[in-house]
Design a protein around this ligand. Structure first.
Ligand code: GTP
Length: 229
């Protein structure tokens, strides 16, 4: 981390001008400058665990579906403008019976990735209910991103890309389609979140605001030449 960034973060922490955590980890393996909590939400079997495993380990969990019980988390440190940003990513159980457990974790999250499955109309229709729940339990300024997962299964698609885009626009949240199987857009989703949170935490008054929508569109176009759904 540059000296300027260190001073800036320390100043913000001292003044209480940053709502975000400033943490230092002594372990060499897990060194980071700043940490954020991110939660994965959405119906059971939309692919939350698989998206997390794809991002963390670059692998796909195929085979038999094992539903998440309760809640679990994994850490990943990413570089954002010379800062080491630790994302502590909470994987929640989509099943209704675990809802009261996961509600308790909403308050601490700075970002929420809300997933539906493009081959399940019900998981898409339930997104409005998820957003209502988010507004009830999460912080007011939480960063929300909508993801239409399983984009690789084109033959079974029942939710059009435009429908996802329209819903995201209605709620003013960024949107993209992902595939935990091929990896398409998975890293982009987490990096966009990391950048948004880092900018919010370190931004100075005269600096231009980070535009997450513009960033995602630019990156999607960049990768569309060679990205495979
Ligand atoms: N083709 C395809 N299958 C996927 C993708 N993501 C997940 N799956 C499959 O969908 C099933 C459910 O995936 P999970 O990641 O366990 O779903 P979840 O949302 O974590 O489910 P809960 O833990 O019950 O909330 C598994 O059989 C995965 O292999 C994807 O991008 N493409």
């Amino acid at each position: 981390m540059s000296e300027r960034n260190t001073m800036l973060l320390e100043k913000q922490a001292k003044n209480g001008t940053s709502k975000y955590m400033l943490e230092r980890c002594a372990s060499v393996n897990e060194y980071y400058d700043i940490a954020f909590k991110v939660m994965l939400l959405g119906d059971s079997s939309v692919g939350k665990t698989c998206v997390l495993v794809r991002f963390k380990d670059g692998a796909f969990l195929g085979g038999n579906f094992i539903a998440t019980v309760g809640i679990d988390f994994r850490n990943k440190v990413v570089d954002v403008d010379n800062l080491k940003v630790k994302l502590q990513i909470w994987d929640t159980a989509g099943q209704e019976r675990f809802r009261s457990v996961t509600h308790a974790y909403y308050r601490d999250a700075q970002a929420l990735l809300l997933l539906y499955d493009i081959t399940s109309k019900m998981s898409f229709d339930n997104i409005r209910a998820w957003l209502t729940e988010i507004h009830e339990y999460a912080q007011k300024d939480v960063v929300i991103m909508l993801l239409g997962n399983k984009a690789d299964v084109a033959a079974e698609r029942v939710v059009k890309t435009e429908d996802g885009e329209r819903l995201a626009k209605e709620y003013g949240v960024p949107f993209m389609e992902t595939s935990a199987k091929t990896g398409v857009n998975v890293e982009l989703a987490f990096l966009a979140i990391a950048k948004e949170l880092k900018h919010r935490a370190t931004q100075q008054q005269n600096e231009p605001k980070f535009q997450i929508h513009d960033y995602i569109e630019a990156q999607k176009h960049k990768s569309s030449c060679c990205g495979h759904m």
